[in-house]
Design a binder for this molecule. Structure first.
Ligand code: AMP
Length: 286
């Protein structure tokens, strides 16, 4: 595995592969890798000649300086894991390599960046699109792999790719969960044992909503999910929303949309966890 920290070296190395006509899959991450990340890498390896992974804890997408500071950075074990997975190129730039001090980025995403996550983390998706656009320009992948876990992020990046007219295919990979249902996340390591135990209620609330839709209205389903989240005083829900999977607009009735997804964000102490579950779906991976 080639480990690269500068843009110039990355361009040189990837050019060598490109002239050989190899297809390139890309998996952008912020590190602290777990089985969720590894599933994206294995999807890329199956579908491409070459897999490039990036680890970059992107400062512009953090809305809280303390959150950025506390974000785990186990560089050595991450590197070993990627090597073992057979990743070809690891791009691990410093912030100064990615950004100049006076840089400005703004893209009109038509409002999908302002709702849900955007409401609680204003500017977050501007930072996400900024870094993903830059990484796309550097890596120029044929296919880029993202997780369903960050569903709104996928929608936002999809919109950005459309708006910028990029010829990059996006693949959305299923959520990988712990045995008790908790969605794997780099942030799970920040949970105390008590919080970790309580966090199982997040997936439980989502799975209950999936079952409840057959018997309850949308509003009742949301109330029942919030009741489950309320079973632990250690959890503070920020939102539990039931929305159309394309527009991310709340549905009032089950008949309002054919593809409906429940999305939630919950705080456990200072750690923020997100998760989601399709309740009805057509064409899951579009
Ligand atoms: P992150 O390092 O948290 O920025 O995540 C990098 C990529 O891994 C994103 O596309 C995430 O959606 C994806 N990812 C994170 N957790 C999971 C998970 N539990 N299952 C599947 N994909 C995940």
């Amino acid at each position: 595995m080639k480990i690269i920290t500068t843009r110039n070296e990355l361009a040189e190395v990837l050019e060598e592969y490109r002239v050989k006509g190899q297809t390139l899959g890309f998996v952008p991450t912020m590190g602290a890798l777990h089985a969720g990340h590894l599933s994206l890498i294995s999807a890329s390896k199956q579908e491409n000649d070459l897999t490039v992974c990036s680890i970059f804890v992107n400062p512009t997408q953090f809305t809280d300086a303390r959150d950025l500071e506390l974000y785990p950075r186990p560089v050595e074990s991450d590197t070993l894991m990627l090597q073992a997975q057979g990743v070809d190129v690891l791009f691990m730039p410093a912030a100064a390599e990615m950004y100049s001090p006076d840089e400005h980025w703004e893209i009109d995403l038509g409002g999908i960046d302002a709702m849900l996550e955007g409401e609680f983390r204003p500017g977050h998706f501007q930072g996400v699109t900024q870094v993903v656009y830059k990484l796309f320009m550097l890596v120029k992948p044929d296919i880029a792999y993202f997780g369903q876990k960050d569903f709104q992020q996928f929608r936002v990046i999809d919109r950005m790719v459309d708006l910028q007219g990029l010829s990059i295919s996006l693949v959305r990979c299923p959520i990988i969960r712990e045995a008790d249902g908790l969605a794997m996340s780099s942030r799970n390591a920040q949970l105390s044992p008590e919080m970790r135990e309580a966090a199982v209620l997040i997936s439980r609330a989502l799975f209950a909503a999936e079952a409840d839709q057959a018997h309850f209205t949308v509003a009742e389903t949301i109330s029942r999910a919030l009741e489950i989240l309320g079973e632990s005083p250690l959890l503070t829900p920020e939102y539990f929303a039931i929305v159309d999977d394309q527009t991310l607009m709340p549905v009032g009735e089950w008949t309002d949309s054919e593809s409906i997804i429940a999305l939630t964000a919950v705080k456990a102490g200072t750690t923020r966890l997100i998760d989601n579950q399709y309740l009805r779906q057509v064409d899951f991976y579009s």
